[in-house]
Design a binder for this molecule. Structure first.
Ligand code: ADP
Length: 649
């Protein structure tokens, strides 16, 4: 609930819009009741050929004469009660009668008071002719229905805007989080997890907010207005009609618990569904090559079936909410019909000894009472949808906020320290690193790389080479020890400052489903076309790009699937060259490039790497030839030596 309250509070920041929506809702509720109340004069007065003014005057006269008669009777009763001795039974009867009379006189005084205040308004605004009054009431009902719908639309749009804005803000935050978390934190949720959060969970939360601000005010307001009007006719009868409310309340609490559980299941299934879908589609080549289509189909069938089952339970409980609340609505109306009919037919004011009305009810009076209760029963039914929406929103909030609250382990300092450009030295000071807190991947690494040095990192698979590079680029922070640039720990630099100094090419080239031009330009967004072409020439990509009919405007497809592995790597290299950064990191960057092209790229590299630090993970002797020194990483232990020593060996 706390998380959902947070979401509501966030939505409340758009309070001017919500206040406007609330005003619209109040207007809707008032017009809802007023429309029903407007029927009263038609039924009660005008159809009898009477005008409202004379009806009102008659009400005053009748009430006043009842008060006079009541006063006389009261005086007699007081006289009898004051007499020294009397029959005990008669005295009790007198006392009861006195109480009833006093109550009824108070009711009549209220009628006189309200009717006297109403009289000038009736004179000013309503015609004396009954038919003209009917016409006026009809026009009022039509106009107020129109106005009610204008207000309803206004309130719906305003609340939708607030909810959609919240949902958008939450999506932006989830996206920001996905970009800010370190790789290990990201993988805890995975792309599928983030997809589900960005789509399903945000929608659930937005739905909950819409339900609360859209219906949680309007519907209860409508109910309160109608019950308020009904209570003005007879508050005791209104209370009597609400006897079913506690039972329905209890059932609703039970139902909401079920809906919340099912919503949680739906969300989990949705995450599983995204997971299976993305896995199969991202690895579709492997699926086809190993003829695992049927296996994947079955997996997808299973998770869609599970989703459907949970969805059906959800629909079931959702549907159950309607009859439960409708029982309350119909129960109210049914009780009012039974009790009201008995009172009217027998012209009684009491039932089971309990006073229901001060005066015996008239047929039009009870009809209008029924009208108000019917008016209250519709919003009662709609309230079930509101409560369901609220529960779903709560589940959404419980899922989203813990993710949003997860601090990125790559926390940035508020006062970053500046490092001169270019730097003098990168130093790893006793760096230990573990991904899971169990296996130590880097063990007390002490290495220094001075500016302009070309370092090759070598070693067996799984030795810790990529991890070492990732720690230098601050994709992870060391578990122990520090990485420093010019004696400034990376944690005290701004991430932006660090990353702008680095250009990186990894073995798994990541390309965007855009043009080649776009993909190279990604290295330095303000670069000119000439600079882009120059970078492409250095990476020996210009030749193959020129052969495409659309040249640099050729679309590369999702993750560059329209290009060969070598072509992709060359575009990634061009992107890194364009960045013109002071630290170049190459993680097996030429592994898929043919020998001849690689030789040409190395020639280009030989001139490009001047005046910058180059860190290359490689197995290739040809790349090693570029290096000044070699860091060998094996089982997390790093040792550095000059490259000539290796060549000599
Ligand atoms: P290399 O680059 O030398 O092949 P890596 O640095 O990629 O080695 O990996 C070193 C060790 O860390 C390996 O045992 C690998 O299983 C483990 N490892 C790499 N990445 C992760 C990760 N994201 N989570 C957990 N373990 C990882």
């Amino acid at each position: 609930m706390n998380y959902f309250v947070r979401a509501l509070r966030e939505a409340a920041k758009s309070w001017p819009l919500l206040a406007a929506a609330l005003l619209c809702s109040a207007g809707v509720a008032a017009l809802w009741g007023a429309n029903i109340a407007a029927l009263f004069p038609i039924i009660e007065v005008t159809l009898k050929g009477d005008s409202l003014q004379s009806w009102n005057e008659r009400r005053i006269d009748e009430a006043e004469s009842r008060i006079e008669a009541g006063k006389r009777e009261l005086a007699e009763i007081e006289g009898r009660l004051a007499a020294p001795a009397g029959d005990a039974a008669e005295l009790t009867r007198d006392r009861t009668r006195r109480d009833t009379l006093q109550l009824s006189m108070r009711g009549d005084q209220a009628i006189v008071y309200s009717a006297e205040r109403l009289a000038p308004w009736l004179d000013r605004f309503l015609p004396r002719n009954p038919f003209q009054t009917v016409l006026l009431v009809v026009v009022f009902v039509v106009a107020s229905t129109f106005l009610k719908h204008v207000l309803l639309m206004g309130s719906t749009l305003l609340v939708s805007w607030v909810a959609m804005n919240i949902s958008r803000n939450i999506r932006l935050k989830v996206f920001d989080k996905a970009l800010a978390l370190d790789r290990a934190q990201f993988m805890k949720y995975g792309s599928a997890g983030f997809m589900a959060q960005v789509t399903a969970t945000s929608d659930m939360l937005a739905g909950g907010i819409t339900a609360v601000y859209g219906g949680a005010v309007t519907e209860p307001l409508k109910i309160i207005t109608c019950l308020g009007f009904a209570a003005m006719v007879s508050w005791r009868l209104t209370l009597a009609c609400l006897t079913l409310a506690p039972v329905v309340g209890f059932l609703m609490v039970w139902l909401n618990r079920r809906i919340r559980n099912v919503s949680k299941n739906i969300l989990n299934r949705s995450k599983g569904f995204h997971h299976v879908l993305l896995e199969a589609l991202n690895n579709v080549l492997t699926v086809q090559a190993y003829t695992m289509e049927e296996f994947e189909r079955q997996r997808f069938r299973n998770c869609t079936r599970d989703m459907m089952r949970t969805g059906l339970w959800h629909s079931f409980y959702h549907a159950l909410a309607n009859p439960i609340t409708e029982i309350l609505g119909i129960g109210m109306v049914a009780t009012s019909i039974a009790v009201g009919a008995w009172l009217v037919i027998n012209q009684e004011t009491k039932i089971f000894g309990i006073t229901m009305t001060e005066q015996p009810m008239t047929v039009p009076g009870i009809m209008i009472f029924f009208g108000f209760l019917i008016g209250a029963s519709d919003p009662v039914r709609k309230l079930s949808g509101v409560i369901t929406g609220l529960n779903i929103g709560m589940v959404g909030a419980q899922n989203l906020y813990p993710l949003l609250d997860t601090p990125s382990r790559l926390a940035e300092t508020a006062t970053p320290r500046a490092v001169p450009s270019p730097h003098r030295e990168i130093r790893l000071d006793d760096v230990t690193f573990s991904y899971d807190g169990i296996d130590t991947v880097l063990k007390g690494v002490n290495v220094s790389i001075r500016f302009g040095e070309r370092v090759a990192i070598v070693g067996p698979n799984g030795g810790g080479k990529s991890t070492l590079v990732n720690v230098i680029c601050r994709f992870y922070d060391p578990t122990k020890g520090r990485v420093l640039i010019d004696d400034v720990p990376l944690t005290e630099m701004s991430l932006h400052d660090l990353r702008r100094r680095i250009a990186m090419v990894t073995q798994q080239t990541e390309l965007f489903n855009e043009s080649i031009h776009y993909n190279i330009k990604y290295g330095r967004w303000e670069a000119t076309d000439a600079e882009i072409e120059d970078a492409a020439r250095k990476a020996h990509a210009h030749e193959f790009i020129s052969e495409f009919p659309e040249g640099y405007r050729t679309m590369v497809g999702p993750n560059g699937f329209r290009l060969s592995g070598g072509q992709r790597q060359r575009i990634a290299l061009a992107r890194a060259f364009l960045r013109n950064a002071e630290i170049l990191v190459l993680d097996e960057a030429t592994s898929q490039i043919d020998v001849e092209s690689e030789r040409l790229i190395h020639e280009a590299l030989a001139t490009y790497v001047e005046n910058r630090t180059v860190i290359m993970i490689t197995h290739r002797a040809s790349t090693l030839a570029l290096a000044d020194s070699i860091i060998e990483v094996d089982h997390g232990v790093a040792t550095k030596r000059p490259a000539r020593q290796q060549q000599a060996a």
